[in-house]
Design a binder for this molecule. Structure first.
Ligand code: PLP
Length: 422
């Protein structure tokens, strides 16, 4: 049987209807290099969604491959409970050093896990357990933004606000939020205003506020003003509760700064990072916390954070993440993003589309108002695919998240393919 036949016969694909799976002619990938995927039939595609937003440095970066090989030859995995290892310890130090900081706080501790969703579960459990063992037992609720996406596990879905993804699971989810869905900048003001009001109305019940800073990814690359994030930070400070920044998508330079929080010059109490953290090569994640949060767990085993996944601190992922950060430094990746980000912004604002928007190496626009189940995005994707570009639309939303080090030439080819297909 061919790979495609095996796939159609035995695989249950993520976020894919059985109809689409049975009929869609998805390419069979046999290689990947830089921004491109190589298909079995010899065609080459620019991967505009970067393998679900992970491909920050291009496929097959030689330094990342070498780092991974070296770590495999040394040891691939040992549990980080009852022992420790250099990749895990050194990466923790690096993440603390580069973590966002403001006048009142900085990151101080790193807790590892496997993917974005687990890093969010860890953050929620940290916040909840903190208050329960530090005299605020009634703080058991979280606030989240409408349209938020924090992952697909039960806790992460509970704080999620993309109704299409979570409605069917509602009976299992804890109750979170009912602020209005924002679309225009004015709506954002209202949505975040509602959140702040609720925080001030029931401060005794709120364990934390969780947000995707500045850019909501899966909601359709929706963006809001940095000052609204600052306002939320201030509100959390006024009632003394935690702000959790889910930087799983926005972190590691995707929005042009290492962390999207930097656009608002704020630091969260807890931060989640995954996706680009391990260069798009390994499932790997981390949850960072301030000293204050960590201090809330000081004491004996009855006060320890009761959480830990089997592959916690996996040395392959940790070694890769260290190399990713070294490549950012040695190849001046963020400095290189400035001009490319400006180009993306000019390009998207020159298109005849709905709601053009761009920040750092994220550009997006809408072709209609039908949201995630809209088909206009897929119709455009089909046209663009004939020109060698693979898009993965979010319904009516088209977005582009190229590698941060994409060449100018490759970038122009993609922009042209999209412009001429509209
Ligand atoms: C992708 C994503 C997640 C979930 O990450 P997984 O690795 O898919 O579990 C969580 N939060 C945000 C903001 C994301 O974009």
């Amino acid at each position: 049987m061919s790979t495609r036949d095996l796939d159609r016969a035995f695989v249950w694909r993520p976020y894919t209807s059985s109809e689409d799976h049975a009929t869609r002619d998805d390419p069979v990938i046999v290689g990947a290099e830089g921004s491109f995927l190589h298909a079995e039939d010899g065609t080459r595609f620019f991967d505009a969604s970067g393998s679900w937003w992970t491909n920050n440095l291009g496929y097959g970066h030689p330094r990342l491959k070498a780092a991974l090989h070296a770590q495999i030859d040394s040891f691939a995995h040992v549990a980080m409970s009852g022992c420790t290892h250099a990749p895990g310890a050194e990466l923790a130090q690096r993440l603390v050093e580069i973590g966002p900081r403001d006048a009142s706080r900085a990151m101080a501790r790193v807790f590892y896990s496997d993917d974005g969703s687990t890093s969010v579960e860890v953050a929620l459990k940290m916040a909840l357990q903190y208050w329960r063992q530090n005299g605020r037992e009634a703080r058991t609720k979280f606030l989240a933004l409408p349209g938020a996406y924090h992952g697909d596990t039960i806790g992460a879905m509970s704080v999620g606000g993309v109704d299409e993804f979570v409605d069917v699971f509602r009976p299992l989810l804890f109750d979170v939020n009912d602020a209005p869905q924002p679309r225009t900048p004015k709506d954002w003001e209202r949505a975040i205003g509602v959140m702040i009001e609720r925080l001030e109305r029931e401060p005794d019940s709120i364990a934390g506020v969780i947000v995707e800073p500045i850019v909501q990814g899966a909601a359709g690359m929706r963006m809001y003003a940095p000052r609204l994030l600052s306002a939320l930070r201030d509100a959390c400070d006024r009632v003394d509760t935690f702000l959790i920044a889910d930087e799983v998508f926005t972190g590691i330079g995707r929005t042009g700064t290492m962390w999207a929080c930097e656009h608002a010059a704020i630091a969260p109490d807890i931060l989640c990072t995954a996706k680009g953290l391990s260069g798009g090569m390994m499932p790997f994640a981390a949850t960072l916390a301030t000293q204050r949060v960590y201090d809330g767990f000081a004491g004996d085993t009855t006060r320890a954070l009761l959480h830990g996944h089997t592959f916690y601190g996996n040395p392959l992922g940790a070694r890769l993440a260290l190399e990713v950060l070294d490549v950012y430094r040695d190849e001046a990746i963020l400095e290189g993003v400035v001009a490319k980000a400006a180009r993306l912004k000019t390009w998207v604002h020159g298109l005849d589309v709905h709601r053009p928007r761009a920040l750092g190496m994220v550009a997006a626009f809408d072709l209609g108002d039908e949201g995630y189940h809209g088909r206009r995005g897929w119709a455009l994707a089909e046209k663009v695919r004939a020109k060698g570009v693979l898009l993965r639309p979010l319904g009516d939303t088209i977005y582009l998240v190229p590698p941060l080090n994409v060449s100018d030439e490759d970038l122009e080819t993609v922009l042209d393919a999209i412009s001429t297909s509209l």
